[in-house]
Unconditional design. Structure first.
Length: 134
């Protein structure tokens, strides 16, 4: 469906198109509408619109009991946003929250190309690398 198309566009690096697809789905109720809001925010992050996306993702992350799938993905989006802001430790915490609280599958590929910042301690980098391989 349309949500899958938005996800596919996002994975292809077509963030602006994905944002449009997700934007049209946000008016739907329930989990689909909630996931679309998260998808739209994640597309915005990939376009560098981080501040507004973080506000939306924070709101969605707080809806854990009502929409656990969207809340888990909101934490993934918050992790992407923190990577975009070059805050890899905070990003890792958000990715871990998504997995530990909601079981979301997470890839530690930041919104911005490249690996975890070299300013991160080697222990944290090793932990992050081991976590993504698991």
């Amino acid at each position: 469906g349309a949500y899958g198309k938005g996800v596919s566009l996002l994975e292809q690096g077509k963030a602006k198109e994905a944002e449009g697809v997700f934007g049209r789905l946000t008016s739907k109720g329930g989990e689909t509408g909630a996931l679309a809001k998260v998808g739209r925010a994640r597309a915005q992050i990939k376009q560098g619109k981080v501040a507004g996306a973080i506000r939306d993702l924070d709101r969605m992350a707080k809806r854990g009991k009502k929409e656990p799938g969207a809340a888990g993905m909101a934490h993934v989006g918050l992790g992407d946003a923190k990577m975009q802001e070059n805050k890899p430790k905070e990003a890792l915490l958000e990715y871990l929250r998504s997995v530990l609280l909601y079981g979301a599958e997470v890839s530690l590929v930041p919104a911005k190309s490249g690996a975890i910042s070299s300013s991160t301690s080697s222990a944290t980098s090793r932990s992050a690398s081991a976590w993504t391989r698991g």
